[in-house]
Design a protein around this ligand. Structure first.
Ligand SMILES: [Ca+2]
Ligand SMILES: [Ca+2]
Length: 255
């Protein structure tokens, strides 16, 4: 090889290499933020809208983590974002599916991936019902007088249905009972930034929690200071709300 052609090979080789290694453009990849409704029911066929970014051109949704799960693509479209709401949290597009999870689908293992012309989305971990007794939230529940009773152990499937919606639940217990009160929302992409306050029957605050940096969903572990009724309020810390603002509240004995 002559000196000049060796020069050419060395001079141009780095360009060819950097072209080959250029990372794929990621900004327009579909992104699944959360499901509406937020909580999936094993053993039932249900319609679910996956809300997120760049989902309007999605053509297929895949499910992993549950053998024999059936998923059917229904439609994909742009979706409105309310004024002043952050699109990166609320999502500006959605894909509708019909999902049928097997009865033995395990919470934490079912993941959904949406794909379209730009590529494949994140693998979104769906919030799946466990075997705790479950009730649906019943509005109005906006104050102590309207508090909705919940049994322990139990779960409530609820929504911060509009801005400044306050949800109050009533828990009966005995002095010394150790309870774990937990919200499931932000970890599953829900736009709800939950804040919980537990009051005794005299309306004195027993405990409160707004979540931490590593787990934005509040977890209250409390030992009840007396026998009787306690009231738990759940609000969105940013005073936002809407039909998409789903959350699950779990109350059980702490071991
Ligand atoms: Ca509510
Ligand atoms: Ca309410």
């Amino acid at each position: 090889m002559s000196r000049i052609s060796l020069f050419l090979v060395l001079a141009f080789a780095p360009f060819a290499t950097s072209q080959d290694k250029k990372p794929p453009e990621k900004k327009d990849l579909p992104r699944v933020l959360y499901a509406i409704p937020l909580i999936a029911k094993p053993g039932e066929k249900q319609k679910i809208a996956l809300r997120g970014r760049f989902l309007a051109t999605v053509k297929e949704v895949k499910v992993t983590g549950a053998e024999a799960a059936k998923v059917k693509f229904l439609a994909a479209k742009a979706a409105g974002v309310p004024n002043n709401y952050p699109a990166e949290r609320i999502g500006d597009s959605e894909v509708e599916i019909e999902l049928e999870l097997p009865k033995d689908a395990k919470p934490g293992e079912v993941k959904l991936t949406a794909s379209g012309p730009a590529g494949e989305s994140n693998a979104y971990t769906l919030l799946v019902r466990d075997d705790l007794p479950v009730i649906a939230e019943k509005e109005p529940n906006d104050g102590f007088e309207q508090a909705q009773p919940i049994a322990v152990p139990g779960a409530v499937e609820a929504t911060i249905k509009n801005e400044r919606d306050v949800d109050v639940f009533k828990i009966e217990g005995k002095k010394g009972d150790k309870l774990r009160i937990e919200v499931q929302a932000a970890r599953f992409g829900s736009p709800v930034d939950a804040m919980c306050v537990l009051y005794d029957a005299g309306r004195t605050v027993v405990a409160s929690e707004g979540g931490t940096a590593s787990n934005p969903d509040p977890v209250l572990v409390v030992t009840l200071p007396k026998d009787g009724a306690f009231f738990l309020s759940v609000i969105d810390a940013n005073d936002l709300g809407g039909g998409n603002f789903g959350y699950r509240l779990v109350v059980k004995a702490e071991k």
